[in-house]
Design a binder for this molecule. Structure first.
Ligand code: BDR
Ligand code: CA
Length: 324
């Protein structure tokens, strides 16, 4: 089995934790580093949360490198505590982080160095605002040719948004960065609300984690209640949407998601800021025609994805121990 090396750029985040847990339980993937960004919380908090997640999952050896504290050009929107809790991770008294992260190093330079030292080998998996990737491109535009791929959770091409009628949270948090990343010459797959809206883990699915005695299943089950409260309050759904883990599933089982190549631009001003707008054949405006197409996910086998996620949460990271 060939192993794919990935860097997860993350703002943990309850669903980020699920994505990290599934990635670490998947022998097909080698998680080279977690890089962190503002988004669901301030970057100091998301960085501490990244360390806490790795501690709980038994992988404190994986490097965590802190990145952007704010968007490229605008003021940030502030932490999403009503979605992910005051601590950004469900307020469940996870142990404090076992280590301090050295802030002298920046996630953007770390990404550049990794892509330069391992050309063609590393897939970037951003599951928060795209600021770190845009900063890395600004530091060294040549890295676009060196990434094996960029698998993004973000956007809403044909679906409504989740923070405005048209914008998805990760793109809305830094629209300028997103427009840069989606227009660079690397192979991008965009997994947005068009598919993650369907990845609805309901009460039955959540309850099915209870008997699974693994660090990953416990982490997801323990941190979910705050996220459930948010979904109950906003859409009356007794469950959670599994946004970020769609990226990891795409790497493990791409056949479960249907993608189409479309050029995508991001609206950067006004009421529609953060909207991802895709072209269609026959639209000749150079703003779209001159851009490389990205693979936009538009369909998903949600039942199979949720089964795969539960299956992987039943494995103990780094071992052959499978408890489901
Ligand atoms: C995205 O926004 C964040 O709240 C989640 O972690 C996910 O990355 C979903 O819109
Ligand atoms: Ca996230």
């Amino acid at each position: 089995m060939s192993t794919r090396s990935i860097v997860i750029d993350t703002d943990p985040g309850i669903d980020d934790a699920m994505a990290i847990a599934v990635a670490l339980a998947s022998p097909e993937l080698d998680v080279v580093a977690l890089t962190t960004t503002f988004g669901n919380h301030h970057v100091e908090v998301t960085t501490a949360n990244a360390v806490r997640i790795l501690d709980v999952l038994g992988r404190p050896d994986i490097p965590v490198v802190a990145g952007a504290p704010r968007p490229l050009t605008r003021e940030g929107h502030g932490p999403a505590t009503s979605v992910h809790g005051q601590d950004g991770l469900g307020d469940v008294d996870l142990p404090p982080p076992s280590r301090e992260v050295d802030t002298a190093r920046h996630a953007a330079s770390h990404i550049v160095d990794l892509l330069r030292s391992r050309p063609g080998e590393i897939t970037l998996v951003p599951i928060g605002p795209l600021t770190n990737l845009a900063l890395a491109l600004r530091l060294d535009p040549g890295i676009a040719e060196l990434a094996a791929g960029v698998v993004v959770m973000g956007g809403a091409v044909r679906s409504p948004g989740n923070v405005t009628p048209v914008a998805e949270a990760n793109i809305w948090n830094d629209p300028e960065a997103a427009d840069i990343v989606l227009g660079a010459a690397w192979p991008v797959t965009l997994l947005g609300l068009d598919v993650t809206r369907h990845l609805a883990a309901d009460r039955t699915w959540l309850d099915s984690l209870a008997p699974i005695d693994t660090p990953g299943a416990r982490l997801v089950a323990d941190t979910a209640p705050v996220y459930v409260d948010f979904h109950l309050a906003t859409e009356g759904f007794d469950g959670i949407h599994c946004h970020d883990v769609a990226t990891i599933v795409h790497l493990l089982a791409p056949e479960l998601l249907h993608t189409e190549p479309l050029a995508v631009r991001v609206v950067t001003g006004g009421l529609a800021a953060g909207q991802t707008v895709a072209n269609a054949p026959g639209h000749l405006d150079p703003s779209w025609v001159d851009r490389p197409p990205v693979d936009v996910a538009l369909g998903v086998d949600a039942t199979e994805v949720l089964e795969l996620v539960r299956d992987r949460l039943g494995r103990v990271p780094g071992t052959d121990d499978h408890r489901q």
